[in-house]
Design a protein around this ligand. Structure first.
Ligand SMILES: Cc1ncc(COP(=O)(O)O)c(C=O)c1O
Length: 376
């Protein structure tokens, strides 16, 4: 468990005046992340240019990300968004027999959009979530078959916070001879991710949600044995073996997942990412996860007592931090709560209460109390 929350909170200045519970959308700004962004600006202002130093910050972020998911640094590509990562993989895949790509119907829409834009090459199928519950490995057993080339699904749902057992799903997917590609945008920074023990082939995540960073930078993990077999079609000079050879007439991909790098690194975002991932890597993610499970228990109990309808699982082992409360006018309630200094995030018909390591039981109780007030 996180036991020094009060000390941690001092590094997130917004918490002095506001309750921020929006980590499924944007987590709070840590002073070190602000400092890192300022360092980039200062360097630009003072030195005019520092390509070496700016690229190094992005490389450091890549290393921190690799260590966070237990991958080798050579298995990580630096991309601009999860959409970019999925597009890069989609354009690089080809198989003589298999043409089916499966996504679940609760995944983040961008994943569906990317794969659907490749319907000329792949048959896209949506694995259905059961009407009366959450998807299980059995649903994959029934719906994935030997025609499937890749299953691309999220670790934690952006909508209701449902957390899948990746190791079990990976087993099913691999039994059918397909690749397992995970969208970890909603789990990075709040749940343990170990690509080796979970047997994940590819994984992508950005920094803006629970990873304490900003958008504009994301990472793509591709298992070493697979990466070198793939030919990226979304590419550029940074994906080359030697970007600084300036050889316009030849394509010579870098080895490993670095071949999925493309253009100039998003440098200012890299500074923020390096700082953010360093902060997270200084904790045991399991402790953050336990803290968030406790806050989920608090949220679920408080909602039940107030008669609020939950969309999230009630078993905290099956969910991430996000507790989704059903409200048809969720966006309106988000604005009203913001006016009262409580930052939460609406999606469609839910308000998501998404705490992080810096939040307390008191934050969660006050937010739900405020939400209830706004409804009256
Ligand atoms: C699970 C998940 N995947 C993907 C995305 C979109 O990522 P990007 O905008 O980096 O493409 C989001 C954004 O909220 C998300 O929650």
């Amino acid at each position: 468990m996180i036991d020094n929350t009060q000390k941690i909170r001092k590094s997130f200045p917004i918490l002095k005046d506001k309750i921020q519970l929006s980590s499924c959308s944007q987590s709070a700004l840590h002073i070190d992340v602000k400092k890192a962004i300022d360092t980039y600006l200062q360097s630009w202002q003072e030195h005019g240019m520092d390509w070496g130093g700016w690229m190094q910050a992005c490389e450091n972020a890549r290393t921190e990300f690799a260590s966070m998911i237990n991958a080798d640094v050579e298995e990580i590509a630096l991309v601009s968004s999860v959409s970019h990562a999925v597009s890069s993989v989609a354009t690089s895949l080809a198989h003589p027999r298999k043409s089916k790509v499966q996504v679940t119907d609760f995944d983040f829409p961008t994943v569906g959009h990317v794969w659907l834009s490749h319907q000329d090459r792949f048959d896209i199928e949506f694995i259905e979530q059961p009407k009366d519950g959450f998807i299980t490995p059995d649903d994959y057993k029934k719906q994935v078959d030997h025609e499937t080339l890749v299953v691309n699904t999220s670790h934690v749902s952006f909508y209701d916070g449902y957390k899948q057992d990746l190791a079990e799903v990976a087993d099913v997917v691999h039994q059918k001879g397909a690749y397992f590609f995970v969208d970890a945008y909603q789990s990075l920074g709040q749940c343990e991710i170990d690509v080796k023990s979970m047997n994940i082939d590819m994984l992508s995540a950005g920094l803006q949600k629970y990873a304490l960073g900003i958008p504009g930078i994301a990472f793509l993990y591709i298992k070493k044995e697979i990466a070198s077999e793939l030919t990226p079609k979304i590419t550029g000079w940074f994906g080359q073996d030697n970007p600084f050879a300036f050889d316009i007439k030849n394509v010579e991909y870098a080895s490993g997942a670095r071949r999925f790098d493309s253009g100039t690194f998003p440098m200012i975002n890299g500074f923020a990412a390096e700082a953010a991932l360093k902060i997270l890597n200084s904790y045991k993610i399991r402790e953050i996860e336990q803290h968030l499970q406790y806050l989920s228990e608090v949220a679920i109990k408080e909602c039940d007592q107030r008669g609020l309808t939950l969309k999230s699982p009630k078993d905290v082992r099956q969910k991430g931090s996000n507790t989704a409360i059903y409200l048809p006018n969720a966006s309106e309630i988000e604005m009203k709560m913001k006016d009262k200094g409580v930052i939460v995030s609406a999606r469609n018909d839910v308000i998501r209460i998404a705490p992080h390591l810096y939040n307390t039981e008191d934050d969660v109780m006050k937010a739900i109390q405020e939400l209830d007030q706004c409804l009256k």
